[in-house]
Design a protein around this ligand. Structure first.
Ligand code: PAF
Length: 289
């Protein structure tokens, strides 16, 4: 595996592969790789001739008072995991490689970024789309893999690649969970043992909503209520939002008439956790039976 530090070297390598007729799959990450990331890496490595993973803690997607300084950094362990997964190149750029002197272009997806997390993290998605646009320009992948846990990010990146005709397929990877259902995240490491125990209530609430939908419940307030209730029973959790939305547009849905995304953000102490589930409406019974 090549460890690449400069944008020029990364672009040269990718161009070489593309010229040889090889496909390039890409997984952008901020490092501290866990099982969730590695499932995306495996997806990319299994589908492409060449797999590239970037490790770049992107400062522009963190707001004031967020955890940029404390974000776990584990580059040596990360590189070892990527080597074992058969990745061809790990791209670890210095911030100056991504945001050189004079950098002044920002990519902003409107509408889709206003609700859900966007409402509480102003500027976050602008940082994400900008860094991804820059990374895509350097790596020039055929496809890029993003996890479904960050469902709004996935929708926003898809929109950006379509609107800007980037010619990059966005592939969605699964939410990977701990045995008690908690979605795996680098931020889980911040939790105290009690917060960690209580945090499982988030996925319990989402699962309950999925059961309700399967049993015929279509009312958004009732489905959202399952998550509210599960979280309310835990004294160290505080719900920031729970919302049933269209997975592509992130527009709120009041009734589950087609596939919906039920997304939630919850504070466990100071740690903000997100999770979601896709809900399918149960088929309507004929003749009211
Ligand atoms: O999901 C993440 O880890 C980040 O938002 C990403 C896509 C690597 C951009 O910095």
């Amino acid at each position: 595996m090549r460890s690449v530090r400069t944008a020029d070297e990364m672009s040269r390598l990718s161009t070489q592969w593309r010229r040889a007729g090889e496909t390039v799959g890409f997984v952008p990450t901020m490092g501290n790789l866990h099982r969730g990331h590695m499932s995306l890496v495996q997806l990319a490595a299994g589908r492409a001739d060449r797999a590239v993973v970037s490790i770049f803690l992107n400062p522009t997607q963190f707001g004031e008072g967020e955890d940029l300084e404390d974000y776990p950094r584990t580059p040596e362990e990360d590189l070892q995991k990527l080597r074992e997964a058969g990745v061809d190149a790990a791209f670890l750029p210095d911030p100056r490689e991504i945001y050189p002197e004079g950098f002044s272009t920002w990519v902003e997806v409107e509408g889709l970024t206003e609700g859900l997390c966007g409402r509480f993290r102003p500027g976050h998605f602008r940082g994400v789309t900008t860094v991804c646009a820059v990374l895509f320009g350097i790596v020039r992948p055929h496809f890029a893999v993003f996890g479904r846990k960050d469902a709004q990010q996935l929708a926003v990146i898809r929109r950006m690649t379509v609107d800007l005709r980037m010619g990059i397929e966005v592939v969605a990877g699964p939410v990977v969970r701990e045995p008690d259902g908690l979605a795996i995240s680098s931020r889980n490491g911040y939790l105290s043992p009690e917060q960690r125990r209580q945090a499982a209530a988030i996925s319990r609430g989402l699962r309950r909503a999925a059961e309700m939908a399967a049993a015929g419940s279509r009312d958004a307030a009732a489905l959202e209520g399952a998550v509210r209730e599960a979280v309310a029973g835990q004294d160290q959790l505080r719900l920031q939002y729970v919302s049933l939305v269209d997975p592509e547009t992130t527009e709120p849905m009041s009734v589950l008439e087609r596939t919906g995304l039920l997304a939630a953000a919850v504070y466990a102490g100071e740690t903000r956790l997100i999770d979601n589930v896709m809900l399918e409406p149960a088929p309507k019974r004929k003749n009211g039976r």
